[in-house]
Design a protein around this ligand. Sequence first.
Ligand SMILES: C[S@@+](CC[C@H](N)C(=O)[O-])C[C@H]1O[C@@H](n2cnc3c(N)ncnc32)[C@H](O)[C@@H]1O
Length: 448
Amino acid sequence: MSPSLCSCAEQVRKLTQQASIMRREIKNLRQQIDGSIRAHKKQLSSLQSMLTDCMKHDDRLQSVSKSPSQSHGGINQLLEQGRIQTVPIGYVSSCFAVKTGTPRQPTICSSSQASLKIEPSVFNNPEHSLVGLEQYSHIWIIFLFHKNGQMSYKAKVKPPRLNGQRVGVYSTRSPHRPNALGLTLAKLERITGDTLHLSGVDIIAGTPVLDIKPYIPDYDSPKTRTDDTSSEYKQTSSFTDPMDLDEEPDTLETSSEPSSELSVCPAAASDFSSSERSGSSEVTDVLEEVKNYLRQQQLFPENPDEDKNTDTPEGTSVGTSPLKSSSLRFGHEDYSTIAAWVRAPPISNLDVRFTANAEKELKEFLPPDSTDSTRPKFQFLKGPDEAVAAIHGILSADPRSVYRRTRCQDRLFFFTLDTADITCWFGDGFAEVVRVKPVQSSELTNIV
Ligand SMILES: C[S@@+](CC[C@H](N)C(=O)[O-])C[C@H]1O[C@@H](n2cnc3c(N)ncnc32)[C@H](O)[C@@H]1O
C-alpha cells in the first residue's frame, strides 16, 4: 500500500472512532435532556395545580371581602364548618413568666395574681364589654396555649399526676391537644376600666385570651339545683361553716385537699339553701346525707372511734385503681363523677420547707406599692406571706415532669414567681426552697 493510501486509511479509522464517541455523547445528552424535560414537566404540573388552588382561594377571599352580602355568605360558610379565625380579646399579665413552676391548675395556688386588659381593637369601648361582670366572683378564661412550642398532639397523654400512665387526651387537661385551647376558672378580684384583676390562675404572662365568661354555678356545676337563687347559692357555699370546711365549691382537676372535696356535696348544699325546707327533720336528713357523703370520701368515720387509728394515704378512698372512676351519689339523684386518679393520684403531695437563708431572702421583697427602691419589689403579690403561700401551693403539688421526678431526682429545680427567681431541691416526700433572688430587671418584661 502506498504511503498516501496508508495515511488516508488511518484518517478514516480516527474519524470513525471520533464519530462513535460523538454518537455516544449525543445519546447521553439526549437522555439528560429527556430527564430534565420530564422533571420540568412534573414541576410545571405541580405549579399548575398550585396556581389552580391559589385561584380558587383568591376567588373565595374575593367572595368574602368584595360585597357585604357575599362576605357574610363566606364567613357564615366558614363558621358553619367550624373554621373561624380567632382574635385574642386580650393578653394576660401574670406572676408566672414561664411554664416551669406554673401551677397545673388554678386551685393549687389561690394567691397567684394576674390581670387581663381587653384589647381596644376588639371593642371601641372595651370597658363597656365588662359592665355587669363585677357582680361575679369567678370567671372562665378560654385561652390559647401559645407556648406549647408546636401544634402537635397525641390521642393518649401521660399526665404528671399519673406518674407515667397513659390516658386519652380528652380525659385530661393537657395543654397538648387539637386547637391548643385552655380553660381556667379564675377568681375575679376587681375590674378597673378595661382591666380585670384576677387571682388563682395557672396561665403564663403573654397568653392570648380568646374569651371570658362568668362562672355561674347554677349552670356550670351539676351539683347545684337550677331553682336556687344567687343569694341562696351564697348560703349553699357556706353550708360547710358548721363543720369548719370553708373551701369554695370546686370540681377542678387538681385539688386533693379534703376541704375542696367536701364542696362537691351538692345535695347537702342545695338542701341547706332551700328556704322552704326548714324543719328539724329535713335538717337531720341533710346532715345524714352530708355524713354519708363524708363517709364515702373517708372524711367522716363509719365509727368515729375507729377512725382515730386509721392512717389512710391521701385520697386512697376513691377506687382501688387510679384509672377507675368514682361515682358520687346522693339520694336518688346522680351527680358529677370524676376519674379516681384526680383525687387519688399515684403521687402524693409534698411537704414544703424553706432554708433559713431562703426565708430571709424572701422577706426582703416588698409589696408592689412600696416606694423603697433599695429592696426588691413584687409586681403582683402583696408581700412575702402571699409569696410563701404561692410557693407552698406550687411545690406541694410537685411541679416536676415525670422525667425529672424519676430520672433527675437530685437536680436543682428553678422557677420564677412574680419578680423572684426560686431555687429548690426535692427529697423523699418534700421540697425545700434554698434560694430566692430578685429576677434580673432585663427579664421582667416577660411578666407584664
Ligand atoms: C395543665 S394546664 C391546665 C390549664 C387549664 N386550667 C386547663 O385546664 O385547660 C396548666 C399548665 O399549662 C402551662 N401553660 C400555662 N399557660 C400556657 C401557655 N400560654 N402556653 C403553653 N402552656 C401554658 C403551664 O405549665 C401550666 O402548668
